[in-house]
Ligand binder design. Structure first.
Ligand code: FDA
Length: 313
């Protein structure tokens, strides 16, 4: 190997090792055992969890099967260890991009298994090319009586008000997020302040709809979320939701807040102390690269920290 190749190989390996060091702030580990341990620590602090076995954009039926098996095993591990956690799944991990019926078959198996173990599956929302198929699959499962499945609404999409109303009507539980993918301006608000305003309007809808619903014992178990889960680290959005819920007289236990593992731990604990269910999204596994890149892209300071470390060595 020439010196320059050796130099770049070393840079690459160092870069990868550093990427993992920075990524491990956001990712609980590469194995199920490490992820369960992270959840146990969160549970001890009064926080709930949703576990995400990382993976997306699966291209073969074999990889989709491996991913589905991993999630089925994860449900067993949650049951065996008794942690307060449900599971988040990306349908592209189960083959949605290449074979939608296959993805639907796998997610049905997973939701059925979750029902047997008294657990809940949240289907994450991916880029806008998958919004229709994701909502269709979730709605179909819910209509079949698999009510332990919910999904995610992204406030940056113009279509989200309509989608939210439809899901509420069906009784599908919703996690509200701003949205993490690059979308064109004819589909999504390009300006942050519009995304934020849309987020508040959708919070309103969800909180108002929560009033009419019964609060079940399953919800209190720590695995089943209430109808409305407000997933953000943005204190203004959180404060808006809190004030709206107070105005409507919605009890604290019926408004869940969700945040990502490793981000705003202070705020996570603070909200839990106020009596709100707070659920932490805990990703784990070896396919951490795309997830990590989205976290870097959200915040220039993360990217700067990563790049400056890389070139200091
Ligand atoms: P915003 O970006 O305005 O950030 C507010 C504050 O939070 C920042 O000022 C900073 O303090 C902190 N912060 C935010 N991101 C950070 C980061 N990466 N590193 C360090 N600090 C950070 N998206 C999606 O498209 N589909 C999905 O299914 C999900 N699922 C999901 C689950 C959960 C539990 C959460 C919390 C988020 C998601 N998301 C998601 C991601 C979401 O769309 C969004 O990209 C991030 O939550 C960041 O946006 P905020 O709402 O936090 O606001």
């Amino acid at each position: 190997m020439t010196l320059s190749k050796a130099y770049w190989a070393q840079r690459w390996i160092t870069g990868w090792a550093l990427a993992w060091r920075v990524a491990s702030r956001f990712i609980a580990g590469e194995t199920v055992e490490q992820a369960i341990r992270a959840v146990q620590v969160l549970n001890q602090q009064g926080l709930l969890a949703t576990l995400d076995q990382l993976g997306e954009n699966t291209q073969t039926a074999q990889d989709a099967e491996v991913a589905a098996q991993g999630i089925l095993n994860l449900l067993d591990e949650i049951e065996r260890t008794g942690v307060q956690a449900n599971v988040s799944v990306k349908l592209s991990q189960l083959g949605l991009v290449v074979d939608p019926p296959l993805a639907e078959k796998h997610i049905r198996r997973i939701v059925e298994k979750a029902r047997q173990t008294n657990n809940f599956i949240r289907v994450d929302m991916e880029d806008s090319s998958l919004t229709d198929s994701t909502l269709d699959i979730v709605s179909a499962l819910h209509e079949e009586g698999l009510t332990n499945v919910g999904t995610v609404i992204q406030s940056y999409l113009y279509r989200s008000v309509e989608d939210t109303r439809r899901l509420i009507e069906q009784g599908v539980k919703i996690r509200l997020v701003k949205g993490a993918y690059q979308e064109p301006p004819h589909l999504a608000y390009p300006r942050k302040r519009d995304v934020d305003a849309a987020f508040d309007r959708l919070s309103d809808l969800l909180i108002e709809a929560s009033l009419g619903l019964e609060y079940s014992r399953a919800t209190a178990s720590g695995r089943f979320p209430p109808l409305a889960a407000i997933a953000t680290h943005d204190e203004k959005r959180i404060e808006y939701a809190i004030q709206t819920a107070k105005r409507y007289g919605l009890p604290v236990e019926r408004l869940e807040f969700q945040m990502l593992y490793g981000i705003r731990r202070d705020l996570q604990v603070e909200l839990a102390k106020q009596g709100y269910p707070v659920r932490i999204y805990v990703p784990f596994g070896t396919h951490w690269y795309p997830y990590f890149m989205r976290r870097l892209a959200e915040r220039p300071a993360n990217l700067w920290f990563f790049v400056s470390n890389l070139f200091q060595r």
